[in-house]
Design a protein around this ligand. Structure first.
Ligand SMILES: [Fe+2]
Ligand SMILES: [Fe+2]
Length: 167
């Protein structure tokens, strides 16, 4: 259901999800910046925060918006519910690889710069996975829910996504 008072065709769930994903991408870029100045402690802190925030978002989606979308019929090609599930699994796997790589860095190692250069692609891989999933959700899943759900349900789902414990 689209809010007719808005000057945009984007519905509330699509906007709420976009805000969360933009925040995650910005946090990831800040983390990569920390790596480029060899600030291992700062990068670890940033990754821990991002990992927690992303895991919360995925868990809320897995419990609310994704099953709601899966319950609808006639999903378009490239937007089947199982593809969204697979995206979330990829997210988790790549995030774990990033965490392991960062945990293995020794800040006192004389070859620290080389080690950072070698693990940087993992963080761009995480960014690519996030970007791909963002596009799929913003093009298909959330616009469909915005179009088909009643206002009260949309409000409830926006609250679930946007609450500090849910985003
Ligand atoms: Fe999302
Ligand atoms: Fe998602």
């Amino acid at each position: 259901m689209t809010d007719s008072t808005e000057n945009t065709t984007e519905g509330p769930l699509t906007r709420a999800n976009a805000c969360i994903h933009e925040r995650h991408d910005e946090a990831l870029l800040c983390l990569i910046e920390r790596l480029t100045i060899l600030d291992v402690a700062g990068a670890r802190e940033a990754l821990e925060e991002l990992s927690t925030d992303m895991a919360r978002h995925l868990a809320v989606e897995d419990a609310t918006t994704h099953p709601r979308y899966a319950g609808l019929v006639d999903h378009p090609r490239g937007a089947a519910p199982e593809l969204f599930e697979a995206d979330h699994v990829s997210h988790g796997k790549v995030m774990r690889s990033c965490e392991e790589a960062l945990a293995a860095l020794d800040p006192g190692d004389s070859s620290l710069r080389r080690e950072v250069v070698l693990i940087l692609p993992l963080f761009y891989r995480l960014r690519n996975v996030l970007e791909h999933h963002t596009l799929r959700e913003q093009r298909f899943l959330y616009p469909r829910l915005d179009d088909e759900l009643e206002t009260s349900e949309l409000e409830r789902l926006v609250d679930a996504l946007s609450s500090p414990a849910g985003s």
